[in-house]
Design a protein around this ligand. Structure first.
Ligand code: G4P
Length: 532
């Protein structure tokens, strides 16, 4: 146990979380607004165009700008009212689900953003499944109340029916769209009215009035009365938030608001801080058990990102601290190699800006710069040895054959494809006897391949040609089984960089045939389901 008297106090203020949403539900806007409330930015991107705003906060790569998508996950640290938030930004696009999954492995809770006009959308459902798999508590934010939306009681039904979570509304909108008259803080029994004059670019004034004495102002009487009746119904239902049920992923507290107009954002941020768990003991596989937060320093790499900023052109390993205090320059053991490692260059990242981290505590994310030996899932520790469970990979579903167009750049091609595999941008598969000639990239989405091709060209100077391969499934087999399956119709045998043998199959039928022909072979499922 540590002799650091302030460690537990510091950890208690940490909230490490991710925001998940279907694209366009408002994740980026909500992130900006959290930063606005935290005083980390002076004026939210609402006054700029969305593209510019994104470039200003969380987009790194030129490709992201070209495609208008967010690929790399950012880690934002901000403080508000004594809390220290570590917000893990996840790419919203389904093609990067594996990256999102890795990032969620480093979070203690998630905020699920729903568009009030659309309710639960496909990508929200998929991300929700990933959270459920990780056992992450989820706080729901129903966004865009400034626009006409679905009836809020219907949204609650959707949550409980489609994802099996019991919704517990802690706030409630009084009407929506132009009739919107404020948000009721149900726990305080107060109506919170918001100043619209700042148009969401700045934090506006909020007025709290006891609900019993609140007048309806300009809200049409039917809308006001409807909201009051809904509130009565909710009171009659008397579903109370149960901390254990929330932490076990059985209940989700629900907040309503509008990220763009700043309605309900403070209520959400502060409510989330009070409800979400502080970092706790972490499960370990070696020795089997848990590592308490006040044990000596330990952490796990959950993401590798290279070339985040052309000004730096380096490789950053994102490490989530699980126990003890991280101090810059400290020595830690790299569990996989057993080698000692000096953590000299560690940064906290705020989009493009890097701040040197002197100290970090459990829950914090540290960017370890140019740590070329570190791979996703690696444990670093001081004191007694510890190894955290591996971060599962996804079973690939899409495959492309990669050809290097310029044979003169073979060396660069080899190191490029190896690097992309290490970072988990794509999975690299080689065919026996082919070496690095025409390897395959495996992944869950087409955009992963586009990112890989782009990075091979820009970082390694290699132009590649990619042709879609006809495979749809991959199963794990032994070396001896791979030798038996080699050359069979509808299959391809190959090896990943960890030396595991895989058989790729063109369809479910091909798998059925292969299983019938080889009833003794156990075609193993690989990794977790991509929740797509
Ligand atoms: P995402 O990261 O989840 O993909 O969503 P993002 O925040 O980029 O928001 C998607 C669109 O929804 C944006 O509009 C954004 O302005 C809008 N939006 C976000 N929150 C709210 C809200 O509370 N109310 C309303 N009415 N709109 C909201 P856009 O037209 O795509 O971009 P822009 O031109 O408005 O910047």
């Amino acid at each position: 146990m540590t002799t650091d008297p302030n460690l537990l106090r510091d950890v208690a203020t940490r909230r490490t979380f991710a925001i998940i949403s279907h694209p366009d539900a408002g994740k980026t806007t909500l992130t900006e607004k959290f930063l606005l409330y935290a005083g980390a930015v002076q004026e939210a991107g609402a006054v700029k165009s969305r593209r510019q705003a994104r470039a200003a906060t969380s987009d790194w790569m030129e490709l992201e700008r070209q495609r208008g998508i967010s690929i790399s996950s950012t880690v934002l640290h901000f403080t508000h009212a004594g809390w220290n938030f570590n917000l893990l930004d996840t790419p919203g696009h389904a093609d990067f689900s594996e990256d999102t999954y890795r990032t969620l492995c480093a979070a203690d809770a998630a905020v699920m953003v729903l568009d009030m006009a659309k309710g639960l959308e496909p990508q929200t459902l998929k991300l929700f499944k990933v959270c459920a798999e990780r056992g992450l508590p989820i706080v729901t934010f129903v966004n865009k109340c400034d626009r006409p939306g679905l009836p809020p009681l219907g949204l609650l039904d959707e949550i409980s029916e489609q994802i099996g979570l019991q919704p517990v509304p802690l706030t409630w909108p009084v009407a929506d769209g132009p009739a919107f008259a404020g948000i009721v803080d149900r726990r305080a029994g107060e109506l919170v009215r918001f100043d619209r004059s700042a148009h969401g670019a700045r934090v506006g004034a909020e007025e709290r009035v006891p609900l019993g004495s609140a007048d309806r102002g300009e809200c049409p009487p039917d809308r006001w009365n409807a909201a009051m009746e809904e509130l009565e119904l909710l009171d009659l239902d008397a579903v109370a938030l149960d901390a254990d049920a929330f932490l076990a992923g059985k209940q989700t507290p629900v907040f309503f608001g509008s990220a763009i107009a700043n309605f309900g954002v403070r209520l959400l941020l502060e409510g989330f801080a009070q409800l979400a768990p502080a970092p706790g003991p972490q499960i370990t596989i070696d020795p089997p058990g848990t590592r308490p937060i006040d044990a000596p320093f330990s952490g796990q790499v959950f993401k590798i990102q290279a070339n985040m900023d052309p000004r730096h052109r380096d490789r950053v390993a994102f490490l989530r601290v699980f126990s003890g205090r991280f101090e810059r320059g400290m020595s830690a053991v790299h569990a996989r190699s057993g080698r000692s490692y000096t953590l000299k260059y560690a940064h906290q990242l705020f989009a493009r800006d890097r701040i040197t981290v002197e100290q970090a505590v459990p829950g914090d994310i540290v960017g370890v710069v140019n740590a070329n030996e570190l791979l996703v899932g690696d444990t670093l520790y001081a004191g007694p040895k510890v190894v955290f469970p591996a971060i599962p990979t996804f079973a690939p579903e899409r495959f492309v054959t990669v050809r290097n167009r310029d044979t003169g750049r073979y060396k660069q091609f080899r190191s490029g494809i190896a690097r992309l595999d290490e970072e988990g941008v794509v999975h690299l598969l080689r065919r026996p006897d082919f070496g690095d000639q025409e390897p395959l990239f495996a992944g869950v989405g087409q955009l992963q391949f586009e990112v890989a091709a782009y990075r091979l060209a820009t970082e390694f100077g290699c132009q590649v040609m990619m042709s879609p391969a006809p495979w749809q499934l991959a199963r794990g087999v032994t070396a001896a089984e791979a030798a038996r399956l080699a050359g069979q119709r509808g299959t391809l045998v190959c090896c990943d960089t960890q030396g595991r043998w895989l058989v790729l199959l063109a369809s479910d039928y091909a798998l059925d045939w292969a299983m019938q022909d080889h009833p003794d072979i156990d075609f193993q499922l690989l990794g977790v389901s991509p929740a797509r």
